[in-house]
Design a protein around this ligand. Structure first.
Ligand SMILES: [Zn+2]
Length: 364
């Protein structure tokens, strides 16, 4: 089977200087496109507005990459023109933002060097781009892949990454997947609780980083704070990846509550540290499930917390409203079942999902 995906790899810092020089050329091409587009609109005010196409811009910038002292090649020049034309159509503005090369400016544009298919090659653990052999942390085993288009990108810490679309052959080997169904409740206190009582909480894994963050913030070390924030985000994303992969491998049917961070933010409900994580979690589950032919459904989670998963009633004793956020466990006043708040919700989500599936199966 042939698949296409995007890989992100960290380029070793010793190449930063060469990349920055190329990024400056990229900015020159971009700003030239911007200026040209703006002027052509100003000049022909009596004519209907015309947006220059990527092809027009390529013709206008033709030859730039052959000039002395220019580091980028025609592949990058064309990619910049195309990207500019795309953004222009998208934003419908007379002029886009200038790209700023001056590192000391607050408006500095993080380095960006796009390229088209064929501009990047791989050999002996290094990538070759515009005659430069670059070392990188090859966490994917690049020799397996065929490169397509991509870009080099700088982050706020001045580190460079290669983002490249690749084509790869995946062997269609039979994998043993679970046959069970599971319900998942996304919560404020615990990120994800499943209907079997499992809890997934990535937070405890990066407590060390959080302590370090506090120290750096008090010492007002901006670069360090940024670095730790990036580390925490990476740790969280990695933890969520592992958990969603595990869930998809272990189950044939997955139901997730449709808790909505945006809607919740409008209520007096406490802002959760999980806002972003909920979306990440659900999105990852969805695409991984799709890839593995696992049934994935989002379930309306209204009343999932208040209803007893044992007797199906909404007993007087169940947690309700904002004040109940502190109630982590409760006993059903109708049937006497003991519940963990989130596990009970996950069980209700599972039951609702199964009911929906059953209703969706046409009568034979
Ligand atoms: Zn009950």
């Amino acid at each position: 089977m042939e698949t296409v995906k995007t890989l992100k790899l960290r380029i070793k810092d010793k190449h930063a200087k060469a990349l920055l020089a190329m990024a400056r050329d990229v900015n020159t091409v971009w700003n030239f496109c911007n200026e040209t587009q703006y002027r052509s609109l100003r000049r022909y005010t009596n004519k209907p507005q015309r947006w220059l196409s990527g092809f027009d811009l390529q013709k206008l910038t033709n030859g730039f990459s052959k000039c002395d002292g220019v580091y980028i090649g025609s592949s990058t020049q064309q990619a910049v023109c195309e990207e500019f034309a795309t953004r222009l159509r998208q934003f419908k503005k007379q002029r886009l933002n200038w790209r700023v090369s001056n590192k000391t400016s607050p408006k500095y544009s993080l380095g960006w060097i796009p390229f088209k298919k064929g501009a990047l090659t791989y050999k002996n653990g290094q990538v070759r781009f515009k005659g430069i052999h670059m070392s990188l942390w090859d966490s994917y085993g690049l020799s397996k892949y065929e490169f397509r288009a991509g870009s080099f990108n700088e982050d706020s810490r001045g580190r460079w990454y290669l983002n490249v679309v690749v084509k790869c052959q995946t062997e269609a080997k039979p994998v043993q997947y679970g046959a069970s169904a599971i319900g998942i409740d996304l919560g404020l206190k615990t990120l994800a609780t499943d209907s079997n009582g499992g809890k997934f909480e990535p937070k405890q894994w990066y407590r060390e980083s959080e302590a370090a963050l506090g120290i750096a913030q008090r010492a007002r070390k901006k670069a360090r704070v940024r670095a730790i924030h990036a580390k925490i985000a990476n740790q969280r994303k990695d933890a969520i990846h592992k958990e969603t992969t595990r869930l998809v491998k272990a189950h044939a049917i997955i139901f997730v509550g449709n808790v909505n961070a945006k809607a919740l933010a409008k209520t007096p409900m406490a802002k959760s540290v999980h806002d972003a994580a909920w979306t990440t979690f659900r999105t990852q589950l969805k695409y991984k499930a799709m890839r593995q032919c696992v049934v994935f459904e989002e379930i309306n989670e209204a009343f999932s917390t208040q209803t007893c998963s044992c007797c199906g009633k909404i007993p007087a004793s169940s947690p309700k409203g904002r004040a109940s956020l502190r109630i982590r466990a409760w006993i059903c006043s109708e049937c006497g079942a003991t519940h963990d708040r989130d596990t009970n919700a996950a069980k209700n989500i599972l039951a609702a999902g199964l009911r929906r599936l059953a209703a969706g199966i046409p009568a034979l």
